[in-house]
Design a protein around this ligand. Structure first.
Ligand code: PLP
Length: 371
C-alpha cells in the first residue's frame, strides 16, 4: 500500500494487472478484469454476454438486489425462478421450465457462498443456446463437487469486494473472463470505452468509469496472500455456530430452526454470512426485536427481490409467485458473523436466539414448509 501511495500510479498502474493475474490464478482463469464493484462487474459481464433491450435473463429472487438490477440496466427483464429449499440457490428444474423465446441468458447466484448447480445450468444453457453469467460475489473460496473453484468453470463470473466479503478492497469487484477478447472488451468498457492502442481520449465504444484504483488493487493483493487464513477463520465460525445451534443441550425453542445447509456431494461452501430461518410460525421480526433487547444485532436477510417496491411496480410481481423463496425470505435472519467474533460472544448469540424464540408468540403454521 505504502509503495503504491509513494508511486505515481494511483490508478491504471502496475498493481492492476498484478491483482488481476493473482486473482485469476486463484480461481483458475487466465483472464480477469478488476472493476469498481461487484455490481459494475455484473453489468459489464452481462454486456459482454450480449444481453440487449427486450431480452429476458433468468435469475434468482433470493439474492442481493444488484444481481437483478444489473439485468435491468440493459433494458432486459429479470425472470425470477424459485429456489431449492436446501441450498437456497436457483432451482435448475424451475429454470428449465422457464426458458422461453425471449430468454437470452441465465444468471445464477452462489448465495451465501454455497455453489449453485452450475453443471445443470450449463446443460440448460447449451440446450437452448443461451449464456451463463455467474454471480459469485459472495462465494470466493467455494468449490464445486469436482474441485473446481467457484468462478473457474469457464463462464463469465463476477466477484465482489465490499467489506462484508471474503476479500475486501473497500469497494471493488472482479470479472472472470473465459477469453482474452472478453477481457479486452471489459477492460475497455470499465475505462470509458477506451482501447489500449488508442490515443488518449479516443473512444471506440460506449464505456463507463468502473475502474478499480491501484490502491484498491494493492489492498486486494495483500488480502489474497492471507486469503486461506481468512477463509479458514470464517469456516471455523460457521462450524462453531452449527455445533452450538445443533447441540444436544440447546434450548428447546431452537427446534425447527433451519441452518445453512452443510456441504454435500463434494460442493464446498465458503461461508459468507450466517443466515438461519426461524421455525415456521415464529414471527421473525419479533425475534429480531427480542435479540436487539438482548444487545444482539441481527438483520432480516434477504428480502425477496421480486417483492421489493421497485420490482413490484416495474414488473407487477405479487406475493405467492415464488413460494419457496418467499417462505425462506420471510423466516430468514442473519446472525453476527465476523472473524473477530469470540467463542463467548457466539455462545451468547446462540443462547440469546433460544431466549428470543421462546419469548415470541407462535402462530399456527399455515405457511409452506421449505423442507
Ligand atoms: C450476491 C451479490 N451480488 C452482487 C453484489 C454487489 O456487489 P457490490 O456491492 O460490490 O456492488 C453483492 C454484494 O454486495 C452480492 O452479495
Amino acid at each position: 500500500m505504502l509503495e503504491t501511495l509513494r508511486s505515481r500510479h494511483l490508478s491504471l498502474g502496475p498493481r492492476l494487472p498484478a491483482f488481476e493475474r493473482a486473482f485469476g490464478e486463484r480461481v483458475g482463469s487466465p483472464h480477469a478484469s478488476a472493476v469498481s464493484s461487484g455490481t459494475a462487474g455484473l453489468h459489464l459481464a452481462l454486456r459482454a454476454a450480449g444481453v440487449e433491450t427486450g431480452d429476458e435473463v433468468i435469475t434468482t429472487p433470493l439474492s442481493f438486489v444488484a444481481s437483478a438490477n444489473a439485468i435491468v440496466y440493459e433494458g432486459a427483464r429479470p425472470v425470477f425462478c424459485d429456489i431449492d429449499p436446501r441450498t437456497l440457490n436457483l432451482d435448475p428444474e424451475a429454470v428449465a421450465a422457464a426458458v422461453g423465446e425471449r430468454t437470452r441468458g441465465l444468471l445464477p447466484v452462489h448465495i451465501f457462498g454455497y455453489p449453485a448447480d452450475m453443471p445443470a445450468f450449463e446443460r440448460i444453457a447449451a440446450d437452448h443456446d443461451v449464456f451463463v453469467v455467474e454471480d459469485a460475489c459472495e462465494a470466493l473460496g467455494a468449490e464445486h463437487a469436482d474441485g473446481t473453484p467457484v468462478g473457474g468453470r469457464g463462464n463469465l463470473a463476477t466477484f465482489g469486494f465490499y467489506p462484508n466479503k471474503q476479500l475486501t478492497t473497500g469497494e471493488g469487484g472482479m470479472v472472470i473472463c473465459p477469453e482474452a477478447t472478453t477481457k479486452a472488451r471489459i477492460d475497455s468498457e470499465r475505462n470509458q470505452g477506451r482501447a489500449p492502442n488508442m490515443d488518449w481520449l479516443d473512444h471506440d465504444r460506449l464505456g463507463f468509469n468502473y475502474r478499480l484504483s491501484d490502491l484498491a488493487c494493492a489492498l486486494g493483493l495483500a488480502q489474497l496472500e492471507r486469503l486461506d487464513q481468512i477463509l479458514e477463520a470464517r469456516r471455523r465460525l460457521a462450524v462453531a455456530y452449527a455445533e452450538r445451534l445443533e447441540a444436544d443441550d440447546r434450548p428447546a425453542a431452537l427446534d425447527g430452526l433451519d441452518l445453512p445447509c452443510p456441504d454435500s456431494g463434494g460442493d464446498r461452501r465458503s461461508p459468507f454470512a450466517y443466515v438461519v430461518q426461524v421455525p415456521h410460525g415464529a414471527d421473525r421480526d419479533a425475534v429480531i426485536g427480542e435479540l436487539r433487547a438482548r444487545g444482539i444485532d441481527s438483520k432480516p436477510y434477504l428480502p425477496a427481490i421480486h417483492l421489493m417496491s421497485f420490482y413490484r411496480e416495474r414488473f407487477g410481481h405479487r406475493e405467492g409467485e415464488l413460494p419457496v423463496c418467499e417462505d425462506v425470505s420471510r423466516r430468514s435472519l442473519a446472525l453476527p458473523f465476523f472473524p473477530e467474533l469470540s467463542e463467548g460472544q457466539l455462545e451468547r448469540v446462540c443462547w440469546g436466539l433460544g431466549e428470543a424464540l421462546a419469548a415470541v408468540p407462535r402462530t399456527a403454521d399455515t405457511a409452506l414448509r421449505a423442507s
